[in-house]
Ligand binder design. Sequence first.
Ligand code: ADP
Length: 484
Amino acid sequence: MQNLSNLSLLKRCSYINGRWMDSENTLSVINPATETTIAEVCEVTASQIEQAISDAATAVAQWQLLDYGLRSEKLLLWRDLLLENQQDLARILTLEQGKPFSEAIGEISHAANYLQTYANQHSIFEAPETINAERNQNAKVYRRSIGVVTAITPWNFPCAMVIRKVGAALAAGCSFVLKPSELTPLSALALAQLAEQAGIPAGVFSVVVGSNAQAIGEILTQHAKVAKFSFTGSTLVGKKLLQQCAMGVKRTSMELGGNAPFIVFEDADLDAAVEGTFACKFRNSGQTCVSANRFIIHENIAKEFKRKLQIKMKSLVVGNNGQSEFHIGPLINRRALDKINGLLDQALTLGAKIIEGGKEIESKGYFFEPTIIEDITPEMEIFKREIFGPVVSIITFETDEEAIRLANQTELGLCGYLYTKKQSRIATIAQQIQVGMLGINQGRLSNTESPFGGVKQSGMGREGGRYGVEEYLDYQFVCADFAS
Ligand code: ADP
């Protein structure tokens, strides 16, 4: 950490109403590549969280009345500061999260692009819509900021996930209290430091850090002054948080788990499919919610797909964040390794076969070999649960109907991928596949303008572009009668 050019980015306390708050207890932030502690960060107290929410309620009164253009200016300044500090932000991100430096640099650019996108949504606010009302009536629909928003974000994109929510909410005129993952709080705190520098007023964006996620979550979802709660994380935790929000009828956005099918038809360009597998399976060591989880491959080309994939996988370098060039970093912690070991053990017991990798790497850090497992079946946990690691799990099919049935045989529906050259098949399958986002002949989906989010138990609401800003607005219908 000492090699940062801007040491002011390294913060060790929660940021509340423009102040860095000390407290007695601390939590350790661990480098997953070495298992060493990189920082101790103060644990937020319950009264500090309540204070952050009250201060956010005070701050929002002015922030929401600002002209949209003035809010946009601050977001653009924040974007500029992200880009000026890109190298340092990427260093912090890599150390606490483990991903390759080049991916961390990409994540900061992506976050900066989100701010730019949200700053460009003037059209939403231009003029209230006039409704064709009765004679003498002046009837309009206004867009109003929802008010105070709280959120919990995960550790896999410690910068982009934060900005994707906060940028949209601030553009809409909301104030925001964020709890980042306790595993990667340093990136969020660095972003808060830059927000302050960009002139985002005290209380409009606060960050509370603590390891007791459940207790913090209870306050963030139940405080009377909170209007909306936004979450990205597992479906299990999302369900609990939704229940908590129901008590106060809070608005919610939920970006929950995925179980993405990656379907390769007989006519597909197999080199492109292997390329796509790399993009959506090995990025961030497979720890993304849009990672392909079930490779559904036509039986006539499965052998060739596996052969090409195995050859290309030989080029993957597993490495730690002290190194400059590598593709696969560690998983986030021991729990993540144990989960993958459990999924593979159960699949092997039920008849699946490993054809590449399959083991933890014996060294410091939470590394797992890039792996291919074949002959999986829908009964196996590996088919049902999000793997969140560098494991390609393969099942084969014969007919299009079977491929679609397998793809939809899950409670989740975040995204999916399909490879085929046949236009008619693309149209049919896009209609039948139950996902919020679909990649066709490509393994990358993310784009700051498009609506990111899922169907079924993958959640509700969308992030990105104007869709993201709309999530933080309510309608107000105003109808004036001039007859009396
Ligand atoms: P993952 O399994 O990928 O870590 P989680 O859903 O457990 O996903 O974590 C995502 C975020 O949710 C993190 O910020 C974590 O601290 C938080 N979290 C975990 N459990 C709870 C809970 N019971 N209540 C509120 N937040 C939680």
